[in-house]
Design a protein around this ligand. Structure first.
Ligand code: MG
Ligand code: MG
Length: 257
């Protein structure tokens, strides 16, 4: 899930809170791993949602997506030109698709949030490049998550990677603080917003989540009130991790690979 632009403040988590966020992150990592294994030609996006529900139930966690402003599923599934917030349903994956899967879970009141994009069977060279660049931009952002750096160093690094590859960063949806709610202050834009923002401190936990389009950055919402697509119909990818800033640097809480 992605936060529309809103805030600019930061929260610091205690060691005990970070332990719970690590556990939430491990559960989200398992949802990613199980859904990744399930992605193949012929499966529906509703089937992928079932896979995610099974993990959440078996691990005794709760979903932070289900019923979020009325969202009807535990993951978002966004194929091809859909950027984010696709609702799982009858859509059947076919060879050559790229599908973005956004996953989350709550453990003892603490949230994890992570997304990845994957190809179905053989995908085009440009689709492969989109996935590679989007993932690399996320990790360039994560590398900036050091105490003493500024919040918007993250977005600057993301934007640099994306634009050097001739692709564009979505502006209307951004990353976010995360903790006892899925979306907390501050906004974490994937671009340089014109000022450095607050200094990063250990105990800050953010969901960093570049959404990258092969064409222009403009977005459009479908009539379902959720699905966000590229205005020009170009392919889009989305990678997200939940990351804690520690005195030793960034700790990725939701990594599964
Ligand atoms: Mg998410
Ligand atoms: Mg998010």
């Amino acid at each position: 899930m992605v936060q529309p632009l809103k805030w600019n403040a930061t929260v610091r988590r205690s060691a005990a809170e970070l332990d719970k966020m690590r556990k939430a992150g491990r559960i989200v990592a398992e949802i990613k791993a199980r859904t990744r294994e399930a992605v193949r030609e012929g499966i529906t996006t509703a089937d992928l949602d079932k896979v995610a529900r099974e993990v959440i139930d078996r691990r005794g966690a709760r979903s932070n997506f289900l019923n979020y402003h009325g969202f009807p599923a535990v993951i978002c599934t966004s194929p091809n030109s859909m950027i984010v917030h696709g609702i799982p349903g009858h859509y059947r994956l076919k060879e050559g698709d790229v599908i973005s899967i956004d996953c989350g879970a709550i453990w003892q009141g603490y949230h994890g949030d992570s997304a990845y994009t994957i190809g179905v069977g053989r995908i085009s060279k440009e689709a492969e490049r989109l996935l590679e660049v989007t993932k690399r931009s996320l990790w360039a952002g994560i590398a900036e998550m050091e105490e003493g750096n500024h919040l918007h160093d993250i977005g600057r690094a993301v934007q640099q990677v994306v634009e050097a590859a001739g692709m564009s960063v979505v502006r209307e949806y951004v990353g976010h603080g995360i903790g006892t709610a899925m979306h907390e202050p501050p906004n974490v834009p994937n671009y340089w917003p014109g000022s450095p923002g607050p200094r990063l401190k250990s105990g800050n936990v953010f969901a960093v989540e570049p959404m990258v389009n092969l064409g222009g950055p403009e977005t459009r919402m479908l009539d379902d009130g959720w699905s966000v697509v590229t205005q020009d119909g170009s392919l889009s990818a989305h990678f997200e991790e939940t990351i804690a800033i520690t005195p030793d640097g960034p700790e990725v809480l939701t990594a599964d690979d």
